[in-house]
Design a protein around this ligand. Structure first.
Ligand code: AMP
Length: 279
């Protein structure tokens, strides 16, 4: 695997002339890699000739007071995982490289979806996320980019970005990768205390209980899910809703809808969701 740090190095290594028609599959990450990230990398490999992973803890998607400074940074372990996975290229830029003073990096705005749920809880988060994703797409110029279903609202916004700007790439979605007990894998799971970690599988249980009860009425099914989480003293529900997966507006129609939740364990916010089938 070759590690690239600058835009100039990416241009040189991954420019059209260097790759001679080989396609690029891109997996943007913030590092602290786990099995979930590796599942995205395997999907990228299925869809493209060269796999490029980026590791960049993007300052513009963290609000003041969030965990930017203490977000886990484990570059050596990440590189070992990527090498073992057979990744071809790692792009690990500095913030100055991604946001150089001399270049106007067009700030993106997420629009109405960006104000709901995660956007309401984290003002500016999705503007920062879209800005860096757009910038990384422009630097790497992939034919395929893989995003996780885990961050469903992020995914909806990236898909909207690609549609609205006619970006010449395909977004591939990776299903949520879970621990054996159902907890969705996340770099932030390492913040959990033993007691919080023991309680956390109730989140996935609650989503499944609620999904199974939707036939009896949406409001009742959501209450059932929330009650399952409330039964755990270590956990508290921030939101637990049924939404349209493209607009993130609440819906009463379970078909093709998305159950979304954020559960707090101490200061840690745990995201999870469950896409529902059609009739
Ligand atoms: P992050 O490093 O948290 O920014 O995540 C990088 C990518 O990995 C995003 O597209 C996430 O949605 C995806 N991802 C993170 N955790 C999981 C998971 N447990 N299952 C599937 N995708 C995931």
């Amino acid at each position: 695997m070759r590690v690239l740090h600058t835009v100039a190095e990416v241009r040189e290594a991954l420019g059209e002339r260097s790759l001679a028609g080989r396609s690029i599959g891109f997996v943007p990450t913030m590092g602290a890699l786990h099995e979930g990230h590796l599942s995205l990398i395997r999907l990228a490999r299925e869809h493209a000739d060269e796999v490029v992973v980026s590791i960049f803890v993007n300052p513009t998607q963290f609000a003041a007071g969030e965990d930017f400074e203490r977000y886990p940074r484990t570059l050596d372990a990440d590189i070992a995982l990527l090498e073992a996975e057979g990744v071809d290229w790692l792009f690990a830029p500095s913030a100055a490289e991604v946001y150089p003073d001399s270049v106007q990096v067009a700030a993106m705005t997420a629009g109405p979806i960006g104000d709901r749920f995660e956007g309401a809880a984290r003002p500016g988060h999705f503007d920062g996320m879209l800005t860096v994703v757009n910038r990384l797409f422009d630097i790497v110029r992939p034919q395929v980019a893989v995003f996780g279903q885990k961050d469903a609202q992020q995914l909806a916004l990236v898909q909207q970005l690609v549609r609205e700007h006619n970006l010449p790439l395909e977004i591939v979605v990776a299903p949520i990768s879970r621990e054996a007990d159902g907890l969705a894998r996340s770099s932030r799971n390492r913040y959990l205390s033993l007691a919080q970690r023991a309680a956390a599988p109730a989140i996935w249980q609650a989503l499944q209980l609620s999904a199974a009860a939707l036939g009896d009425g949406v409001a009742q099914a959501l209450e059932l899910g929330r009650a399952h989480i409330a039964a755990q003293p270590e956990l508290s529900t921030e939101y637990f809703e049924l939404v349209d997966p493209r607009t993130f507006l609440p819906t009463e129609q379970p078909e093709h809808a998305l159950l979304i939740t954020v559960v707090r364990a101490g200061n840690t916010r745990l995201l999870d969701n469950l896409p529902l089938p059609g009739r």
